[in-house]
Design a protein around this ligand. Structure first.
Ligand code: AMP
Length: 309
């Protein structure tokens, strides 16, 4: 079976939404990616770093999902990466209140030997030099390298970010960030400009408005499932990326047609993530729920149309 190597933050988050506020809870890009990809029963491992303040039970929870956590370094005396954010009333936009890099500031990732030949590498959100270092440690070129990032790194490490972007096959990015990175307002033009930076596939996430997949002249669109209640969008983008990479790892088929399916699985999993605060919903998701919602997706998007001659 193919293997998925994941890198990204494992973090503490403090979140404010119109529905409430949390203290420090489990978060981080790699956490959400791992929990999402775990739905495909694949072999996966996370490369990340936490501080001594990080509860053992969180690592155990990830291990129970069959995620290899041996490459999550625990720094003695160190403090875990911390992010806090506040969502606006529409829940589509948020302000970052604080980002404390803590142990991430000096992190030197080490890819475990048995994942150096992983077929798929998911470079989740964290410092682009760490993402690059992970790619460089692979013993063979992965079949697919997927990169996710955010405006924080565009503001603070743009040149490094461009370097790693030039080396990946797929980038997943939200609409605002795609505009910032490309300098183009039209998302079609933005995707074209980002393709020129390296990735052959560009996925632009538009929150509750779905996601677009661009590849050469082809475009595919998947809606987000219209939900009655969105509670906390944190991690939806990472859950999406984890679903995308997890499905491709499971199916081992990198055709455009299969990538479309991966986008649907990704949207489906992200729709669960937003239903509760933090990782709660993803920790307790079962196969039946996932299958049922996939059917809803099919109902939502399928139609027949006759073209007049
Ligand atoms: P998302 O809502 O998908 O953008 O992801 C939110 C997650 O990203 C949170 O759990 C944070 O811990 C994590 N995060 C926030 N800022 C950063 C950053 N600059 N680098 C890496 N991860 C971050």
């Amino acid at each position: 079976m193919s293997k998925l190597l994941i890198v990204g933050t494992v973090a503490f988050d403090a979140i404010e939404t119109p529905f409430g506020k949390t203290d420090k809870i489990l978060g981080g890009a790699a956490t959400y990616i791992g929990l999402s990809a775990a739905n495909f029963n694949i072999h996966s491992a996370i490369v990340s770093v936490v501080g001594e303040d990080f509860p053992e039970e969180y690592l155990t929870m990830l291990q129970n999902k069959n995620i290899d956590t041996s490459a999550i370094e625990v720094v003695e005396g160190g403090k875990t990466f911390f992010w806090s954010g506040r969502y606006h009333n529409d829940l589509n936009s948020r302000d970052t209140l604080e980002t404390q890099l803590n142990v991430l500031a000096d992190f030197e990732p080490v890819v475990p030997d048995d994942y150096k030949d992983a077929e798929i590498v998911m470079l989740g959100n964290l410092h682009p030099m760490v993402q690059l270092s992970v790619l460089e440690q692979m013993s063979s070129k992965p079949k697919l390298a997927v990169l996710d990032t955010m405006n924080f790194w565009m503001d603070n490490a743009l040149e490094d970010l461009k370097k790693v972007i030039s080396k990946v096959d797929v980038i997943t990015i939200n609409d605002e960030e795609a505009r910032q990175l490309s300098g183009e307002y039209s998302l079609v033009k933005a995707a074209r400009a980002i393709e020129k930076m390296g990735p052959k596939y560009v996925v632009i996430k538009k929150g509750e408005h779905g996601a677009l997949l661009f590849h050469n002249d082809q475009i595919f669109f998947a809606p987000a499932l219209p939900l009655e209640e969105v509670f906390d969008p944190t991690g939806a983008g990472d859950t999406f990326a984890g679903g995308f990479a997890g499905y491709l790892t499971k199916t081992d088929d990198l055709s455009f047609e299969n990538m479309k399916k991966a986008i649907i699985h990704a949207s489906n999993l992200a729709s669960f993530c937003v239903e509760k605060f933090g990782t709660q919903r993803m920790e307790n998701l079962n196969r039946e729920e996932v299958q049922k919602r996939l059917l809803e997706f099919r109902e939502l998007t399928q139609f027949e149309i006759e073209l007049s001659s």
